[in-house]
Design a protein around this ligand. Structure first.
Ligand code: NAI
Ligand code: MG
Length: 502
């Protein structure tokens, strides 16, 4: 397929679903309940072919002022609504997302280059749930009271902060946006979403969902653009933005913290990872291979939670790797819209080069067991940013490929002998997002879970998220926890009322 053919094919598919758009896709801002054309358009590229499939506008001072102003104005009503009133709006928002399920599935693949197979694994349902869950949560939860021995009583009130800036990355753009939109809106804040410049399509469709769901103008706004000197930075400096929820690179998180400090914003930072996947000798090796395939290569490994360091007990090292390599070789890489495909393209040419730079280091200093090169694919996918799933062995714990976030389908494998050694290796990076423990020894699962310096431990699986549970990173992987009531201290202001007994 050539460029125009891809448009036509996509247009045809989406038209069958009752969804029409111009060619190339003209992405708009969404400000104060209106779709705003904007200026300074930049290209939207389909990573699987390198073709320009759309144009998105870059938001600057003017658009940021308009959006923050609209959000501030809308907050006057939205912030005062009862939780049940907000819930009825947010349920309609969730329903709209469901209605556009097949469209999201296609757009998310075009945006990210990820396999449509993955988008069909309940991805869109989960997006709707992310919003509905928090709408219900607020309605059904109360707060604390502290009666004192002298008869006085304290009780806790919570109220929304105001305008929330949500700054999201490109790897699972629509899913990650709804993780933030749900609690931000349900807890009574209004939102300005700034999606990653590499993936504007999902946010654009989310705006359409919010619009059709009848959300009051200004409650939910979307501004496209870049980070430094553009919409992203301007939001993080804006005096009328009360909180910033960010997911992305650790170095970006640090810049945002600095920029937001002048106006003392509340910050939630979900940053990078270099998560260990520990395979102990008692693990069910076949299942461990299945979990590892997902943990290392889901979304081409472009996941902050990816199990990118594989630590394997020496007694099962050979057996496990043999099974793993066989399974990795069977993963189909290519056309993201082919339902058989398991790995799509990396997000951009720049990112492909960055990931390849780690592969080249591995080629020089370690051994590549499988992968490590661009797969041979038919036109137009020969122009896409593809990389075979790659397994690297003979590495040292201090090597770059074991320490730095690669954010691609590259996993480094290290053997260990004892549980103590495994724990030490696992904790030996600046990151602390999450870990995977694969074992059938319950005592070991308990001991190792306790010893790991991370925000989340998954035992015998990966990326299972209960929205009631806390989620966030330790060390350089983040600040703060979101999920259920853990998000209260971020999305709400808290007030204690102390009443005298007289
Ligand atoms: P990034 O951290 O630069 O961008 C994430 C979001 O922040 C985007 O919306 C971007 O426009 C915005 N942003 C960037 N600089 C900003 C600033 N100064 N102020 C406000 N907003 C700003 O991530 P990017 O460029 O998309 O990817 C770079 C690398 O980050 C990747 O190669 C990958 O290694 C890593 N990454 C990690 C993620 C994670 O969840 N841990 C997610 C995405 C990328
Ligand atoms: Mg960037």
């Amino acid at each position: 397929m050539t460029g125009p053919k891809i448009y036509r094919e996509t247009q045809r598919r989406l038209k069958d679903l009752g969804f029409t758009f111009s060619v190339p896709i003209e992405v708009t801002h969404y400000i104060g309940g209106e779709f705003v054309q904007g200026t300074d358009p930049f290209p939207v590229i389909y990573p699987a072919t390198g073709e320009v499939i759309g144009m998105a506008p870059e938001g600057r001072e003017k658009e940021v002022e308009m959006a923050v102003g609209a959000a501030k104005e809308a907050f006057r009503n939205w912030g005062r609504m009862t939780p049940s009133q907000r819930r009825s709006y947010l349920r309609r928002f969730g329903e709209k997302i469901r209605e556009y399920k097949s469209v999201f599935e296609i757009l998310e693949s075009l945006d990210v280059g990820r396999p449509i197979y993955e988008n069909r694994l309940g991805y869109v349902e989960r997006m709707a749930h992310n919003i509905e869950f928090f709408a219900d949560f607020v309605v059904t939860h109360g707060s604390e009271a502290y009666p004192m021995e002298n008869g006085y009583i304290n009780y806790v009130l919570r109220y929304p902060v105001g305008v929330a800036a949500l700054i999201t990355p490109w790897n699972m753009p629509s899913m990650l946006a709804t993780w933030k939109i749900g609690p931000a809106l349900a807890f009574g804040n209004t939102v300005v979403l700034k999606p990653a410049e590499l993936t504007p399509l999902g946010a654009w469709l989310l705006a359409r969902c919010a619009h059709e769901a009848g959300l009051p103008p200004g409650v939910f706004n979307v501004i496209h653009g870049f980070g430094p000197g553009s919409a992203g930075e301007l939001l993080t400096r804006h005096p009328d933005v009360g909180l910033v929820s960010f997911t992305g690179e650790t170095s970006t998180g640090k810049v945002i913290m600095r920029n937001a400090s002048d106006t003392l914003k509340r910050l939630s930072m979900e940053l990078g990872g270099k998560s260990p996947n520990l395979i102990f000798e008692s693990a069910d090796l076949d299942w461990a291979v299945e979990v590892t395939l997902r943990a290392s290569f889901f979304n081409q490994g472009e996941v902050c939670l990816a199990g990118s360091r594989l630590l394997v007990q020496r007694s099962v090292y050979e057996a496990f790797l043999e099974k793993l390599v066989q399974a990795v070789k069977a993963l189909k890489v290519g056309d993201p819209l082919d339902p058989e495909t398991r790995l799509g393209a990396l997000i951009s040419e720049d990112h492909w080069r960055k990931v390849m730079s780690y592969v080249e280091i591995a080629r020089d200093t370690a051994t590549i067991l499988t992968g490590g090169k661009r797969p041979e694919l038919p036109h137009p996918f020969d122009k896409g940013y593809f990389l075979e799933p790659t397994v690297v062995v003979d590495v040292k714990p201090s090597d770059k490929v074991c320490q730095e976030e690669i954010f691609g389908p590259v996993v480094a494998v290290l053997p260990f002998d004892t549980e103590e050694e495994a724990i030490e290796l696992a904790n030996n990076t600046p990151y602390g997002l999450n870990a995977i423990i694969q074992t059938r020894d319950v005592g070991q699962a308990i001991r190792v879970s306790e010893a790991l310096e991370v925000g989340t431990v998954w035992v015998n699986d990966w990326f299972v998220r209960d929205l009631r549970a806390p989620f966030g990173g330790a060390k350089q992987s983040g600040i703060g926890r979101e999920g259920g009531h853990y998000g209260y201290d971020f999305y709400y202001e808290t007030k204690n009322v102390c009443i005298a007994n007289r």
